[in-house]
Ligand binder design. Sequence first.
Ligand code: FMN
Length: 222
Amino acid sequence: MDVHEALYTTRMMRRVHPDPIPLDAQARILDAAIRAPNGGNTQRWHFLAVDDQGTKNELAAIYRRCRAQEYADIAAGKLAKPVHDPEAHAETMRRIKTSGDYFTEHFTEIPLLVFVFAIDDHGGANIYPAIWSALLAAHAEGVGGTITTVLRYEAERVMKLLEVPTEEGWDMTAMLALGYPRGRWGVAANRRPVHEVSSRNRWGQDFGVTVASPLWPGEPSR
Ligand SMILES: Cc1cc2nc3c(=O)[nH]c(=O)nc-3n(C[C@H](O)[C@H](O)[C@H](O)COP(=O)(O)O)c2cc1C
C-alpha cells in the first residue's frame, strides 16, 4: 500500500467482522509497530494480545461501565471540549457516539484486542508512534482498528485481570481493537485544513499556503 494512501485513509474502524486475524498477520502488525521511534530506544513497551472469549466477555462489561462514565464526564463538560466550531464538533460527537454504541454492543465479537502498556510514556509521546504504526500496518493487512483509552477509568481492574506486573511500573496506555472492517476506508476529510491549524514564524501569522482539499488525490484501494 502506498504510504500516502495509508496516511490519508487509516480511520477508526469500529464495525468489524468476528473473523480471527491470523497469527502471521498479527506478527507483521506488531513487528512494524516495534520499529517506531521511542525516547532513548528504551523500548519500554509491552503489547498484550487478547483473543480469549472469556476474557473478552469480562472486558466488555468493564468497557460498558467505563464508557458510561466517560459520557457522563462529556455531558458535564469535563472532556472533549471543542476549541473551534461547537456545532461541527457536536455533529462529530454524535457520529462517534453512534459508531461507539455499535462498538460497545459488539465488543465481545471483536476478534483481537491489543493492550498497550508502557513505563513512563512521556504523556503518550513514547508510545503513540508505535500505536499508530500498528494501525497503519494493520491497514496494509486489510485489518481495521480503533484506539480506545476509555478503560482508564478502571485501569487497575483491567491490569489485575490481565496480570500486568504494575509493581515494575507498567501502565496501560490504550487498547487497540482490531478486526476485518465491515465498511470501507475513506479519506479522513473531517479535519480542519492545514492553513487553519498552522502558522509561520509567529503564532497566528499566515502559513503561506492554502490547502482547500486533501492533497492525496486517490481513492481508497479497499
Ligand atoms: C488518544 C486517543 C484516544 C482515543 N480514544 C477513543 C476511545 O476511547 N474510543 C473510541 O471509539 N475512539 C477513540 N479514539 C479515536 C478518535 O475518536 C478518532 O480518531 C477521531 O474521532 C477521528 O476519527 P477518525 O480517526 O476515524 O477520522 C481515540 C483516539 C486517540 C488518538
